[in-house]
Design a protein. Sequence first.
Length: 343
Amino acid sequence: MPTIFLTGATGYIGGHTLQLITTQHPEWNIITLLRTGTQAKIIRKQFPGIQTVVGSLEDLDVVAKCAAEADVVLQLASSHLDSSTSMISSMARTPGKHKTLIQLSSLSTLQNAPNGYGKPSDIIYNDLNQPTFIARIPAHSPEHSILSAGKQSGVSTAIVCPGLIYGMGKGPVRKRATTVPELIEAILKRGRGFVVGEGRNPHHQRTSSPTNTNTDSTASLANFYFLASPSPLISMHDLTQGIVSIAMSHNAITLPSHTIEHLPPKHATQIHPWAPMLWGSNCVGRSDRLHDLGWRAQGPCLADALEEMVDFEVELLAGRDEETSCAWRPNVGVRREEIVACF
């Protein structure tokens, strides 16, 4: 029976993944790292069978001890070089079965706009072509050092880079991602749709859990993996039109989709400081390496999930779920790594 050490359980991806694992494998031993006792109580209430440890990624002794007890570490919190390398070192020193660490990267790692924000790019990432794929990762990113530490220590280490993430999270705390929900919120507040530049920059329409919960396959993990489906792409302009149409059906806005504004990147930053990158960049790729491990995208495409997401944002702005809203709603003023972890 494997032991899993999971970080980021209160986050959107971490909470969703924890729900998935406990549903599919209730017999597994799971250890989670929580910042506060209050968060630990919330997690234990929904997942009474798991072990909670109070601490942060800064507590290297704590994370090292938890990692030493685990067969697989799912580092789904923010990218934190010191904690990840500490986990890898601890796993390498622990005798027993083969150890694996899976580090979640962010969409921003691979976002690009070589032709300008709002314009399509011909860059298509393929995680089977590792040299080209890795070359796209900024040299200063912690992912390079984490992979290097894994190779030197003999711990199987994988970096998972998701595409556009959307839909309602199933974890107990954070229920929404960032890119699409923030766009919906901005459109509802402005009362009309908008795009950055031409709005022709595409994204994948489907993704799913960033982890493969079959521990038998983790021993073969190495290097980078891109998480995306072969489904048709959707441009930000088409996405905005869909949001506007649904919002109008709820009388949340009154201006029709043909009034969509095309905002220069500089003006878009008045709505959100990262608007050009969030809503004006490209990120398209192929998950060939993950497919070889048996992974397949699941769940509804973005177009089919959009109505539930718009409904949720309308409810939030109406103040009908204040307690939950305050608990997990992203704040533009929080640290960059905290926002990136929610993409």
